[in-house]
Design a protein around this ligand. Structure first.
Ligand code: BMA
Length: 881
């Protein structure tokens, strides 16, 4: 195998070093570096941009990658649209055209290359590309990558690149006129966009949420939103690689196909390396455009989802040589695993299972739906991505659904998911609307799908491709009594046309592309769907389910236990951000959820109504604004905690629970568990509890109490269930312990049940807490649960006195807390940015000592004077403002 001489390998190292140096030099200025002798070279064109409104004269400094809006903000032309009502003042931005320009220098050496190509990782959206003032091409899809051969248009010396970004709204309006009639686009806030009822989002291949959503503002961006560079090479370069695997615990058989641009007359050499070691070498015939090499990895280290095993990654490099000269190298981190979606007919014939099986093991999917982190995507930092994916892992999740109204995320997102063992349910970018299906649109979507599948298919985390969000359910083809009333608004001919267009994309095009370009990855036509001919509703027994009875349908929280499908891919409940976040986008006169500013940062028409109604049912509704925000977060946390538990309780019938939604794209009241500023809401802490690998589930009604244990893993050793009834002053009123065996994966076992009166006896249920814990010798506490017998508003809570002590070291602040009586939902509010607490919003009983660590994500010192404590009891005092 290792036929190359050691001299050759020394040369390779020099090559690699020079590549690294080259990249460094090239990104630091827009001058060309020709020092390294690898054949393919790149110049980043991310620097020295200027922009202007097309019909204005003055050029201003601009950022690439960037957006028009953020450039206008940095040049003090518009104010931050996220602050108070500023969004309303910037609606003109999407109705005019913009120009961006930069310069680059081509020296003799570069000029001599056979191929010189301009490459955009992304253009948002309608771009006209000019080199030296000559139009060389155009773009019309934010999700695609764009290549332009610029060799014929450039000269030695200085050249110019200009990108004209045409108004997405003007383009949309023209497309709407051409189409002849409008299409459903319920989240398109055209009125806020000052274009009346002209909902045009569906005509443009651009992130749907830019046009508004029920958690998002209306800010229709334009911009060169991802990297732009010039690539130049002679003869050959790697286009992409496609890794296929047949993996089992003792062997992974890999087939790596490499596609090239190749005009070389020579026979080339291709080398595959795994973790730096040469694993296979082969030759490529002259002019050949692809090469597949196969090799086996014995006893592979498998990639496992988080908490089930280690998500091991191997580094695979493909190197290309022409006569021992390194021409190009492509490196990816890959995971060896199998992922299947199992849909097996139930024994009673009523439905089919729907679960993910990784390496042959069924996995209960725990997680959330994920939306883009900002309207202005290029400014989302690496730190934000890292924080979100780490928070996903920290909340004991193993799956995120990249939802179809946003974007195919940046590489970094998937790299982090690979690393942390987070499975990705990947939607194609279509949501809550119906789209056109003319030839141009279809071709555009095909290329979009190909580009993104090629970019993402080798990621270990990609588990499923899904056609769209909620479109099948909303249209409900052939079912007159189902759907969202969309089809009824159209003539029979139009209905046929709209559904025909739907079928072209979601039943033909996308499954075909997934089949052709992936390693047998699974395609699911819409979320939710019952599969076969079943349109999703709240009681279907196959496929995935979005259950919105709680919230949209005003069902009580207890209905989370009633409506459970095979895989819950959406359900949710809103809350406001915490007060410290609200302060960032408001002024004190806005501190009322019905104020104009707060209402503008609440985009669900029924949002405040629902929060208030459910709060009245469960809590004493505080009149104080700050308290209302806090109790609202508890309400959301309680609701989703109970839903996660209900879904896990139904395991293995139900094998997935992804709540709506993990994150926010601006500061707003929404269903998120992490706010725009990265602060964990109460829900994020509660989800962490509910998602533990082994979890106690305690339920009671007026007569009965049940304790169950849900587990995603096999527990190797016996465990002890300890249960105790206490009053709020810490007096023990009843207790029992039960040793447990046979806690096995993907099962929920009932481990205790009793007539309630036997436990509560004559005690007042409003003053009681049922404490259960599960412990093993090895792990000590596996899980612990505090269960109350009445709603929070009926609890007769004591007035606790807290004993709080602080210690600190260089980075962290430690708080030790104890109490003389039960304290409910203690909220440690730290009025400092980017803070991480080891726990928050927890209940504490007498006799416990709680240790909290507070860390700054920015590495700052924690300022003790900025810490406040709030608990539920305080909000229950009938105080008026
Ligand atoms: C779900 C999502 C989103 C929406 C959310 C809340 O159906 O797919 O479209 O934001 O509900 O209404």
């Amino acid at each position: 195998m290792k036929r190359f001489t050691s001299l050759f390998f020394k040369k390779q190292i020099l090559h690699q070093l020079s590549i690294l140096m080259g990249v460094f030099l090239l990104t630091s200025c827009q001058m060309i570096n020709t020092e390294n002798d690898m054949d393919l070279k790149k110049i980043s064109l991310n620097n020295h941009w200027e922009f202007k409104q097309t019909d204005k004269k003055e050029w201003l400094p601009a950022e690439v990658p960037g957006t028009v809006h953020t450039d206008l903000i940095s040049n003090n032309i518009i104010l931050d649209p996220y602050y108070r009502l500023n969004e309303r003042d910037v609606q003109w931005v999407d109705k005019v055209d913009w120009e961006y320009k930069t310069k680059f220098t081509i020296d003799q050496k570069i000029f001599e290359h056979q191929k010189i190509q301009l490459h955009f990782d992304g253009v948002d959206t309608y771009g006209e590309i000019y080199i030296n003032n000559i139009l060389i091409g155009s773009t019309d899809n934010m999700f695609r990558e764009w290549d332009f051969d610029i060799k014929p248009h450039i000269h030695k010396g200085e050249n110019t690149l200009k990108v004209v970004l045409l108004s997405p709204i003007e383009n949309g309006i023209n497309a709407l006129k051409k189409h002849g009639y409008g299409l459903p686009a319920i989240n398109d806030q055209s009125v806020i966009g000052e274009v009346g009822n002209q909902q045009v989002s569906i005509f443009t291949r651009k992130a749907g949420y830019h046009y508004g959503w029920d958690w998002g503002p209306r800010l229709v961006t334009s911009g060169i939103w991802r990297d732009v560079n010039i690539e130049y090479w002679n003869n050959t370069k790697i286009d992409n690689i496609f890794v296929q695997q047949k993996t089992s615990s003792d062997k992974a058989a890999l087939k790596v196909s490499t596609q090239f641009y190749n005009q070389s007359e020579n026979e080339l050499t291709i080398l595959a390396k795994l973790d730096g070691e040469v694993i296979k070498e082969s030759t490529i015939a002259s002019n050949s455009l692809s090469k597949t090499i196969s090799f086996d990895i014995e006893n592979p280290k498998l990639w496992w989802p988080a908490n089930i095993g280690t998500p091991h990654l191997y580094e695979l490099s493909i190197e290309l040589y022409d006569d021992k000269q390194l021409i190009d190298v492509h490196t990816e981190r890959i995971g060896l695993r199998t992922i299947k979606i199992v849909q097996k007919e139930d024994d009673n014939g009523e439905g089919k299972s729907f679960y993910f099986e990784v390496n042959g093991q069924p996995i209960f999917a725990k997680g959330a739906n994920y939306i883009p982190n900002d309207i202005f995507l290029p400014r989302v930092s690496k730190a934000t991505y890292k924080h979100l994916i780490q928070s996903t892992l920290d909340a004991n999740m193993n799956m995120l659904r990249v939802w179809g109204g946003g974007i195919y995320e940046n590489d970094l997102f998937y790299e982090l998911c690979d690393e942390k063992g987070i499975l990705v349910w990947q939607d194609f970018m279509f949501a809550c609307s119906m789209y056109p299906g003319d030839e141009q649109f279809i071709n555009n979507v095909r290329q979009e799908a190909v580009d993104n599948i090629k970019r993402l298919r080798n990621h270990a985390s990609i588990a499923l491709w899904c056609g769209n969000n909620e479109m099948e359910m909303a249209w409900a083809p052939g079912k007159d009594d189902m759907g969202w009333g969309w089809k009824q608004q159209y003539s029979k001919t139009q209905q046929k046309e709209i559904w025909g267009d739907y079928e072209k994309v979601f039943h033909q095009l996308l499954p075909e592309v997934v089949e052709e370009y992936t390693d047998n990855q699974f395609y699911w036509r819409s979320s939710p769907t019952g599969g076969d001919d079943i349109v999703a509703h709240y009681e279907h027994k196959s496929g995935d389910m979005h259950y919105w009875g709680v919230w949209h349908g005003e069902h009580p929280f207890s209905d989370f236990r009633k409506y459970i499908g095979r895989f819950m891919s959406e359900y949710g409940f809103q809350s406001f951000p915490e007060f410290k976040s609200v302060k960032k986008y408001t002024k004190p006169q806005d501190y009322d959820i019905e104020s104009e500013v707060m209402a503008s940062h609440q985009r669900s028409g029924i949002g405040n109504l629902r929060i208030k109604k459910y709060m009245e049912d469960h809590y004493q509704v505080p009149t104080n604004f700050e308290d209302f925000l806090y109790v609202g977060q508890l309400l959301q946390a309680e609701s989703i905690y109970s839903a996660i538990q209900a879904h896990r309780e139904k395991m293995p019938y139900c094998m997935g629970s992804l709540y709506w939604q993990l994150n926010d794209c601006w500061p707003v009241a929404s269903w998120s568990s992490i706010d725009y500023y990265g602060e964990w809401k109460a829900l994020q802490y509660f989800a962490r509890e509910a998602n533990k690998n082994t979890s106690l589930i305690v339920n009671s009604d007026d007569h009965q109490l049940e304790v169950k244990v849900a587990s995603d893993i096999n527990l190797q050793e016996p465990v002890l269930l300890q249960m105790e009834l206490q009053d709020f002053e810490g007096n023990s009123l009843w207790n029992q312990s039960i040793p447990l065996k046979d806690i096995t994966a993907n099962k929920t076992l009932k481990v205790f049940e009793s007539n309630l009166s036997k436990i509560i006896s004559k005690n007042d249920s409003q003053k009681l807490v049922f404490i259960s814990s599960l412990s093993s010798k090895k792990t000590e506490i596996i899980d612990r649960d505090l269960h109350y017998f009445v709603n929070q508003k009926e609890l007769q809570l004591p007035k606790p006195e807290l004993d709080i002590n602080y210690t600190e070291d260089d980075n962290d602040l430690y708080i030790s807390i104890s109490t003389n009586a039960l304290v409910k939902n203690l909220f440690i509010e730290v009025d400092q940015e980017q803070i991480k607490l080891s726990d928050n919003y927890f209940d504490l009983i007498k006799g416990e000592q709680k240790q909290i660590t507070i860390t700054s994500r920015k590495g700052e010192k924690i300022d003790r004077t900025k810490i406040k404590f709030k608990h539920l009891q305080e909000t229950m005092k009938k105080k008026s403002l």
